[in-house]
Design a protein around this ligand. Structure first.
Ligand code: NAD
Ligand code: DAU
Length: 339
């Protein structure tokens, strides 16, 4: 099969490209990415010369370029990871999020309709459900939880989900949507909590924890997200939404303390800083549907996953040193200097 993966030079898309190349020798992977600040060809270096892989530097909002690619490639399946993905950046500059995360989805789905693509898969997020209270551990997001968003990022992702469902109902486009919790693992861009804390700790720099660090996220090792999407695109039912998560809720402060301990650093590095505006309190996914209907279960526990992740950042310094020595320095200064 020909699988077109958008956003494949990013964190999860890059892991998914590796996953497909490694586990599906029968598939061809066509990667589309416009290489924003978050896109990185180094992430794809291992597969760049593989005969079953091709890369196309295209913006998913560029209707003409997308049409030309679909016309020449004729993909069987499209998996859309391409997005502006960082909540803090969406608070600074919502426009880029609305353009890529909503209009880009429309462009891709119109191309899918025109060229008779067999499946359009939208990689969505648990953030479309809003947040849960900290004092109700019994509550979790199911696929029926109403959409109720907090940030421009999550609002853009929820808008896309509504559009995807509308294309199923109105045009009969065979779509699926996955809503996953927080991922962690190799190739995670340094602006996000876990890589930021690992890299700062390695440099003995302050570890900026927003608010009191009491906010809870439900962490999943990225390869488990890849295996869930792989099952959904092959066996999932068109028109359906699947929640993806591994019942691994942790307070931010506990994540940071784990990293500090594993790197043999001092907790004195932890610095409480101004909270994120509109900061979601808690996410928790109920993944029963994907388990029941598709037999999916995560394979990597948090204890193993965080060890592997820290080891990857220690062994792949060249990957992230290049990033943090570039324009990322200006971003970091702007977001953290007077926080
Ligand atoms: P990322 O920011 O690491 O990567 C995004 C990729 O998309 C980059 O390579 C970037 O260059 C590319 N891109 C951005 N705009 C584009 C455009 N207009 N045209 C083409 N390419 C474009 O993001 P990520 O963390 O890998 O997230 C991937 C997807 O998964 C996103 O849709 C995100 O909403 C969703 N998601 C992420 C998480 C998480 O924890 N990271 C969890 C659930 C869902
Ligand atoms: O839940 C899925 C979502 O997870 C995805 O849809 C998003 O694309 C992805 O970025 C992620 O969103 P979060 O906002 O949860 O991730 P982030 O790593 O930015 O932050 C995780 C938590 O850590 C959050 O409560 C904010 C806090 N935080 C983050 C940073 C960067 C800090 O305390 N300090 C920091 O410096």
């Amino acid at each position: 099969m020909k699988i077109l993966v958008t956003g494949g030079a990013g964190f999860i898309g890059g892991n998914f490209v590796h996953y497909l190349i490694d586990r599906h020798p029968e598939d061809e992977v066509i990667c589309v990415d416009c290489l924003t600040y978050a896109g990185n060809m180094d992430t794809l270096a291992d597969v760049a010369d593989n005969a079953r892989f091709s890369f196309h530097k295209i913006d998913i909002t560029d209707e003409k370029a997308i049409d030309a690619l679909f016309s020449s490639v004729k993909p069987d399946i499209v998996v859309n990871f391409a997005a502006e993905s960082h909540v803090d950046r969406s608070i600074e500059n919502p426009g880029a999020f609305l353009k890529t995360n909503i209009l880009g989805v429309q462009v891709l789905m119109d191309a899918c309709r025109k060229y008779g693509v067999g499946r359009y898969h939208q990689v969505s997020t648990d953030e479309v459900y809003g947040d849960l209270p900290l004092d109700r551990p019994d509550l979790m997001f199911t696929e029926e939880t109403p959409l109720h968003t907090s940030s421009p990022y999550s609002a853009s992702k929820a808008s896309a989900d509504l559009l995807v469902s509308a294309y199923f109902r109105t045009y009969g486009l065979p779509v699926t949507i996955s809503r996953c919790s927080n991922n962690y693992g190799p190739y995670h861009f340094p602006e996000k909590l876990i890589p930021l804390m690992i890299i700062n700790a390695l440099h003995d720099k302050p570890l900026p924890v927003y608010g009191k660090g009491e906010n809870v996220r439900d962490w999943l090792y990225v390869e488990d997200h890849c295996s869930a999407i792989d099952l959904i695109i092959r066996n999932g039912k068109p028109g359906e939404v699947y929640n993806v998560g591994g019942h691994n809720e942790k307070k931010n402060i506990d994540i940071v303390k784990t990293i500090v301990r594993k790197l043999g650093k001092s907790e004195d590095l932890i610095t409480y800083v101004k909270d994120r505006a509109g900061h979601d309190l808690r996410y928790a996914i109920n993944p029963e549907k994907i388990h029941r209907e598709l037999g999916w279960l995560p394979a990597t526990s948090f204890e193993v996953g965080i060890e592997k992740t820290i080891r990857w950042y220690l062994d792949n310094k060249a990957w992230w040193e290049k990033i943090i020595s570039g324009e990322y320095r200006d971003y970091y200064k702007k977001m953290y200097e007077n926080r």
